[in-house]
Design a protein around this ligand. Structure first.
Ligand code: PEP
Ligand code: MG
Length: 585
């Protein structure tokens, strides 16, 4: 008799990167396995379940053995692992789990989880430090059994060698930047919210991604067939025939539409009333300049330089940075390349600078604050930027400015970098435009003072929304409150744009808000000079701009400004612009 087909289930999450992919799931365990399913085991199946548990223990034992065999010189580590081997068969863990499956009729994963939490409770009440410490050994051992039970692998993402879709509780930007595009079709995560950097990297890689699914890792097993719809933010597990046909068709339509808009992407983004908008690209890695060119970017509006500092223990030196920047600048010349200085920490902790001792990394030693604290790291980067500026059109952008003194200090260090290059007799260009990211509410409040110090503002809505509305951009539980159309956000953007106009400096937007079609009438109406986004979104946004008029958008803004809620703003947008602003792409 053939096995009944597994039931189709639909999981709803947050669309982090567009596109559709269909393929086999591959569970990646980044932090242990603590969300597991619970189900009842009929009496006649319990011996089979115990066998499954024993097999998982055996596999865990083999894996630990092979690690021990592979590291003979690391005696200390081998000793700990020998302890782990012994614990695998410990009566309290092994014996109790089997007993629980047998007498309570619960599945092995749940039985193991219960047993471990009981052991933890007992051990943690003990006064003896040594015994308390053994809890972490038990957790490690039970995690390795659990991984074998649920079929998740603890290996590195870079080592995955089949074509799969990653399913993980969470992936850090450092994890996603290891993705091998020949192998990974897309990814989905339990955690993650709007505008998380993990999603931003997926967009850069041009693979579909859905985040904030909450329970994907407990509902999906490795090798399950899944569909990831990165446009709508849905995941279909074990799709039936009808869904497969439907999504194959959607995938083809999507690809065809992309091909059409990509063909016209070299056309300029001129509105119907003749205003020329610049549509620029955000990049994370130098290799992305190819996409920027293919998708018709008018330049690079945001080069996030921190990714070059990730997945390594020693920071890059000046020569390495200079060469990478120079490559990008030369390929893009004479179009501008806006190099943003290091924006690490927050959700982009790097290997030798973890933010682990910070309770609130988003409010911590992040970005410009870190750079001003570490002038040696900062000057190395500033020198590299000034040297690259001799080869094309460079603008420098300082992130996360939250106080006036920060831009003054940053400029002072830029001058110092130029002086030191002068002394060293190296070619450089100090005559570059200087800008700041406006992404902290205090910078909006001080925009008039800050405008006197710079040539342009670039509004970073990913963080501005997070800090203004008090919504963690990584937290799926508050993702529904992360509203770019919130009247508070619109007022903040308006204030910045108005100050920039009064002061005669340019104003750009480089947050994700700029990449959404139905925001474009607002951004035109508010008077932004340039929009910058992930390269994939450029063709669609250019097409939208070509269909709009700035003077209509300005009149329309009057109505928007009377609305008190995001829903109200969306309502008038829909009324005025309707389906023209389709966001599927
Ligand atoms: C932003 O905050 O909007 C921004 C563009 O910067 P990042 O996403 O890198 O924090
Ligand atoms: Mg930011």
């Amino acid at each position: 008799m053939s096995k009944p087909a597994a039931q189709e289930i639909i999981l709803r999450g947050i669309n982090a990167s567009p596109g559709i992919c269909i393929g086999k799931a591959y569970l990646v365990d980044k932090e242990g396995v603590d969300i597991v399913a619970r189900y009842y085991i009929e009496e006649q199946n319990r011996q089979g379940e115990i066998k499954r548990f024993k097999a998982a223990v055996k596999r865990a034992r083999d894996q630990i053995r092979s690690v021990i065999d592979g590291s003979p010189e690391e005696l200390q580590r081998a000793y700990i692992l020998e302890t782990h081997l012994a614990l695998l068969k410990d009566k309290m863990l092994y014996g109790k789990t089997i007993e629980s499956i047998e007498t309570d009729g619960i599945n092995a994963e749940w039985a193991l989880k219960q047993v471990v939490s009981n052991i933890k409770a007992v051990f943690l009440t003990m006064a003896d430090f040594y015994l308390k410490e053994r809890v972490s050994d038990i957790v490690h051992v039970s995690d390795s059994i659990m991984r074998n039970l649920v079929g998740v692998k603890a290996e590195k993402i870079a080592d995955i060698d089949k074509r799969v879709i990653l399913v993980a509780r969470d992936l850090s930007p450092a994890d996603t930047s290891q993705i091998n595009l020949k192998k990974i079709m897309g990814f989905i995560t339990d955690r993650g919210g709007k505008a998380s950097h993990t999603g931003i990297v997926a967009q850069a890689l041009e693979i579909p991604a859905v985040v904030g699914l909450n329970y994907a890792t407990s509902r999906i097993k490795s090798d399950n067939l899944i569909i990831v719809d990165g446009n709508a933010g849905n995941v279909i597990v074990n799709p039936d025939e009808k869904s497969l046909v439907e999504y194959e068709e959607r995938k083809i339509n999507y690809q065809q539409y992309r091909a059409v808009i990509t063909r016209e992407s070299h056309l300029s983004a001129e509105t119907t009333d003749g205003i020329q908008m610049q549509v620029m690209a955000n990049i994370e890695l130098p290799e992305e300049v190819v996409s920027v060119k293919n998708y018709g970017g008018d330049g690079i509006g945001l080069y996030r330089t921190e990714f070059q500092y990730m997945n390594r223990t020693i920071f890059p030196n000046e020569k390495e940075l200079f060469e990478k920047y120079k490559d990008v600048v030369e390929v893009m010349a004479p179009k501008p390349v806006t190099i943003r200085t290091l924006d690490i920490n927050g959700d982009k902790a790097v290997a030798n600078q973890s933010g682990q001792d910070e309770a609130n990394p988003a409010l911590g030693l992040r970005s410009i604050r870190y750079c001003l604290r570490k002038p040696d790291v900062f000057i190395t980067q500033l020198r590299a930027i000034l040297r690259a500026a001799a080869f094309g059109n460079v603008r420098i952008l300082f992130p996360m400015i939250s106080a006036y003194f920060e831009i003054c200090e940053a400029k002072k260090l830029l001058d110092q970098a130029a002086e030191s290059l002068e002394k060293d007799g190296l070619p450089y260009n100090r005559e570059i435009e200087i800008g700041i990211m406006i992404e902290v509410p205090s910078a909006v409040v001080l925009a008039d003072f800050l405008a006197d110090e710079v040539d342009f503002f670039s509004i970073g809505t990913n963080d501005l929304i997070q800090y203004a509305l008090a919504i963690d951009r990584l937290n799926p539980h508050v993702a529904h409150l992360y509203q770019p159309l919130d009247p508070a956000v619109i007022r903040l953007v308006k204030q910045v744009a108005d100050v920039a106009k009064n002061k005669g400096i340019q104003v750009f937007m480089c947050g994700e808000m700029a990449a959404v079609a139905h925001h474009v009438p607002l951004l035109l109406g508010l008077g932004l000079d340039e929009l910058s986004m992930n390269p994939q979104s450029i063709p669609h946004i250019k097409r939208v701009i070509r269909s709009l008029s700035v003077s209509d958008a300005q009149t329309f803004m009057q109505k928007v400004l009377t609305k008190k809620t995001a829903r109200g703003v969306f309502g008038v947008l829909k009324e005025a612009y309707g389906d023209m602003l389709d966001d599927r792409y």
